[in-house]
Design a protein around this ligand. Structure first.
Ligand SMILES: *Cc1c(COP(=O)(O)O)cnc(C)c1O
Length: 404
């Protein structure tokens, strides 16, 4: 086994070696180093071909026209471009936006900024299982609603939203739908030929590509979505995102998305079997609770709360395992996860939550080691825990730990 055991694929993934090869081919004097906008010579044109080939791979994975893909520096920028871009372009239609309390900060922080610019934002609550009910979305729509922004797969819990139902109603009401699928693309089938999504944020580094590159899909048909750009400059990407295209990043993202499309079903089945093995192993620890939906989830994410202990203490006891409390972005602060709080978990449950995320290079051996190490650490910590002692004596604060 390689150490530490990496179970934090939802924070980022290592690059697939095949992707690293493609990236390396775009850097040096003997490679595709030309500026893709330099159409006057063969080096520029070769780089442009690599960029367009990557655009085809990314577009194919989600069933869109390559001309609808805009390269960005990642899903964060794609979310910023989608939300600022649409709200600024449609001011005459209205200034209301609907999102949920369980979104990634790369949507929530943009919404806070839009509020300061005069937009009204509705933050929908989630059900206890993490789902955003289409009925609540419908009820939040107003005559001045321009945009609904909801994520496809939650990065902390793995919960998968019902995009078909939500898209059907936004389309019927003439409201645009933006979806952040940084955690879903390449893991779940996604076909925008049939799914009524208008803008889609993508990231390479959650799918075995490099960090610092992503894309925004912007629908052109049946109705063209208008966007106000964030960056002005050389007019690249049809004026929607100026800046010299990073050929190495883009070609690598294309290769990562091509590989993901190749055997998504088989890979996800393998990862789901490992996740089930992890969950069944952890269940023998006793008094654990699943944070998420029992069926509507992505294969690679398992979020579990352990009664009577804090996640920080558990992580400190397991330095050989790389896992997360909440998301990478929120675990920097010491706040309990805003996602788990929005799902109605109390402070104790939220502070006892660990996110295990599995991926392409996870092995059964690693899962078996993890189960045993977690079991031993939880038992040790519970023996020392005053909370656990209270609980044993039936005096614990009102925590409803789902039996396993
Ligand atoms: C990782 C992530 C992001 C940020 O993507 P970057 O490419 O790192 O900017 C946004 N949304 C979700 C759901 C994510 O998981």
């Amino acid at each position: 086994m390689e150490w530490p055991i990496y179970l934090d694929y939802a924070a980022t993934t290592p690059m697939d070696p095949r992707v690293a090869v493609v990236l390396g081919q775009c850097l040096g004097r003997d490679g595709l180093f030309g500026n893709p906008s330099s159409s006057t010579h063969i080096l520029g044109r070769a780089a442009a071909r690599a960029v367009e080939s990557a655009r085809n791979h990314v577009a194919a994975l989600v069933g869109v026209d390559p001309r609808e893909i805009v390269w960005t520096s990642g899903a964060t920028e794609a979310n910023n471009l989608a939300l600022f871009g649409v709200m600024r372009a449609y001011v005459r239609k209205g200034r209301h936006l609907v999102t949920s309390q369980t979104e990634h900060k790369a949507v929530l922080d943009v919404c806070r900024r839009l509020e300061r610019e005069g937009c009204a934002v509705t933050y929908l609550a989630s059900e206890p299982d993490g789902l955003i009910s289409p009925e609540r979305v419908a009820a939040a729509l107003r005559p001045d609603t321009v945009l609904v922004s909801l994520m496809h797969v939650n990065n902390e819990t793995g919960v998968v939203q019902d995009l078909a139902a939500i898209g059907a109603l936004t389309r019927a009401r003439g409201v645009l739908l933006h979806v952040d699928t940084a955690q879903g693309a390449g893991k779940l089938p996604l076909d925008l030929r049939t799914l009524p999504v208008d803008l889609l944020s993508l990231s390479a580094h959650k799918l075995y590509g490099p960090k610092g590159v992503g894309a925004l899909y912007v629908r052109q048909r049946p109705n063209r979505v208008r966007l106000e750009p964030l960056l002005y400059g050389g007019g690249q990407e049809r004026g929607l995102r100026a800046g010299t295209l990073p050929t190495h990043q883009i070609a690598a993202m294309g290769e990562a998305f091509r590989i993901a499309g190749e055997d998504m079903a088989a890979e996800q089945a393998r990862i789901r079997a490992l996740r089930d093995r992890l969950w069944q192993g952890l269940a023998t620890v006793g008094e654990i609770a699943l944070n998420g939906h029992p069926e509507r989830n992505v294969a690679g994410i398992l979020n579990v709360s352990f009664a009577g202990i804090t996640a920080e203490a558990l992580l400190a006891a397991l330095p050989e395992i790389a896992v997360a409390t909440g998301s990478a972005c929120t675990s920097a602060g010491n706040e309990p996860s805003h996602v788990l709080r929005a799902m109605g978990r109390d402070d104790f449950q939220a502070r006892g939550a660990i996110r295990f995320s599995l991926g392409r290079f996870t092995t059964g051996e690693e899962i078996d080691y993890t189960v045993e190490a977690v079991r031993a650490a939880v038992n040790r910590l519970r023996d020392l825990s005053p909370l656990w002692e209270l609980r044993r004596r039936g005096l614990d604060p009102e925590v409803d730990w789902a039996a396993t």
